[in-house]
Design a protein around this ligand. Structure first.
Ligand SMILES: Cc1cc2nc3c(=O)[nH]c(=O)nc-3n(C[C@H](O)[C@H](O)[C@H](O)COP(=O)(O)OP(=O)(O)OC[C@H]3O[C@@H](n4cnc5c(N)ncnc54)[C@H](O)[C@@H]3O)c2cc1C
Length: 457
């Protein structure tokens, strides 16, 4: 492929911070607040127009991963403060029963309120943030790092002692030459676009569910869904198969996820999918096209085939393609599939997970694996620290984990717990001048425990 040589240029250093966080999703927002609470000056960069990451952009059905299969909490500290702030802003009822029985509870939220709640929260905590700002470069030495960004003001640099990569795709690690267990495309879960239906008659829909209970994974009696403000359904296989056989749907699926909000007659639908490398712009653009076509087909499918949805309409769609899995760094330690399956406790844990292994098949009709995890497992500090590279720590779905392990740990509750650990570690590193890789895990654990985080023994 032909190339051009760009001229060298001088880039202004617009600010100097103790800690810089790239990526304002669930992991990044909590990481920024954790770093600020531990005394660091913090800059949070987000390429999108608002904070919140997938939870906001994808209109996610709910935040999950807060409790293990035994009902023991796996996430505490700052994430619990978020729940309280959301409740105060009428942005969430708090944890409610998971009707599917997949997990014990789930946290529904109002996406528009969530965006405002977290923006107010990071501001209250003294975190500086820049939206519509993409981190595009990284350079520096052991003492000082410079992150180069592009936004409406042009190209700028920011200096920081410690960097947190919470971009989901480990963009800064990639720009810094870190090693990866998987560098993007090969064997990743599919991308999706969630959408929201308005105008649903839940009473009529629940008549259908009661009459066809075998078509749903239910953790409660179908009639127990009545009278609840939130309804979570996993199924609709019969109708989906018929819709595909009759040529109404181009995508063959044997199940979908439906998160209904009874008061507003709305539901978030998780059903579209496409196999794509989320680090490749061309593939993401193709995904945008294919998934939006699928959304129109499924919206019509609901109107024409699903009882209670005859008058439904497409109320909203996710604002960008949703990515379940892309780069996974090679860290000092790897969270293994066996660790997660066994619910392994360890002495170097800095966060806990407990969500089932939730793996979507990129090309097939459903999941290529759901496995219950018997009890919570510890996420080792070394899974957040690249095995080589600058003073950088990751949080969220790009950690050093084997594939099935990540299929559990990628969930937003767990990402928040990792965010608190990464933010606290980065602040400690900046304050003491110790690279994150050389921090004493026991010191970090003491700080985390004192600040309400749930970590192993
Ligand atoms: C379709 C789908 C359904 C899901 N359903 C659920 C669910 O129901 N419940 C649940 O808990 N989890 C669910 N998940 C998983 C969950 O959404 C993600 O794994 C989780 O949000 C990851 O959090 P994160 O903070 O690591 O990344 P993200 O939420 O992706 O946040 C990363 C942020 O970094 C920004 N960013 C990226 N690159 C750059 C850059 N170079 N510079 C600046 N900013 C950058 C992005 O814009 C984004 O805001 C789902 C995921 C998908 C795709």
């Amino acid at each position: 492929m032909p190339t051009i040589v760009e001229p060298a240029r001088e880039t202004r250093i617009e600010g100097v911070y103790d800690v810089l966080v790239a990526g304002g999703g669930t992991a990044g927002v909590i990481a920024a607040i954790a770093a600020a609470r531990n005394g660091a000056s913090v800059l949070l960069l987000e390429r999108g127009g608002f904070l919140g990451g997938h939870l906001a952009t994808q209109l996610l059905e709910h935040s999950v991963g807060w409790f293990d299969a035994a009902g023991e909490p796996t996430v505490g500290g700052l994430a619990n403060i978020l729940v309280e702030r959301l409740k105060q802003d009428a942005g969430s009822p708090g944890h409610v029963r998971d009707d599917t029985g997949y997990t014990k509870v789930r946290l529904p939220l109002e996406h528009e309120i969530f965006k405002s709640t977290i923006t107010q929260w990071v501001t209250d905590e003294g975190v500086d943030f820049l939206t519509q700002t993409m981190a595009v470069g990284m350079q520096g030495d052991d003492q000082q790092h410079y992150v180069i960004v592009e936004n409406k003001s042009g190209r700028q640099a920011f200096a920081a002692g410690a960097i947190i990569d919470a971009t989901g795709d480990a963009d800064l690690c990639s720009l810094s030459g870190c090693d990866f267990l998987n560098d993007g495309g090969a064997e990743t879960q599919p991308v999706s676009l969630l959408f929201k239906l308005g105008g649903v008659n839940h009473s009529k829909l629940l008549d259908y569910v009661e009459a066809h209970a075998d078509s749903f994974k239910l953790g409660v009696e179908a009639k127990a869904l009545r009278g609840e403000p939130y309804v979570n359904l996993w199924g609709f296989g019969d109708l989906l198969q018929r819709g595909y056989a009759e040529g109404r749907l181009s995508l063959e699926r044997n199940e979908l996820h439906y998160a209904g909000h009874v008061r507003t007659n709305e539901a978030v639908i998780n059903v579209t999918r496409f196999a794509a490398d989320a680090t490749n712009a061309k593939e993401l653009s193709k995904a945008e096209f294919v998934l939006r076509k699928q959304i129109l087909e499924f919206a019509r499918f609901f109107r024409e085939m699903v009882p209670g949805c005859e008058d439904s309409f497409l109320a909203a769609t996710a604002s960008c393609v949703g990515v379940r899995e892309s780069r996974r760094i090679r860290g000092v330690t790897i969270l293994t599939d066996a660790d997660v399956r066994a619910g392994r406790s360890r002495t170097d844990g800095i966060a806990r997970g407990g969500f089932p292994i939730d793996s979507h098949d990129p090309k097939g009709k459903g999941m290529d694996g759901t496995e219950h995890v018997p009890r919570g497992y510890d996420i080792p500090f070394g899974a957040l620290v690249p095995d080589r590279g600058p003073n950088i720590i990751v949080a969220g779905r790009c950690i050093s984990a084997e594939r099935k392990a990540l299929a559990s740990a990628r969930i937003t509750g767990t990402c928040m717990a990792m965010g608190q650990a990464a933010g606290t570690a980065a602040a400690l590193s900046a304050r003491t001048g110790t690279p994150v890789r050389s921090l004493k895990v026991s010191e970090l654990q003491s700080l985390l425990r004192a600040q309400g985080a749930i970590i192993g023994t």
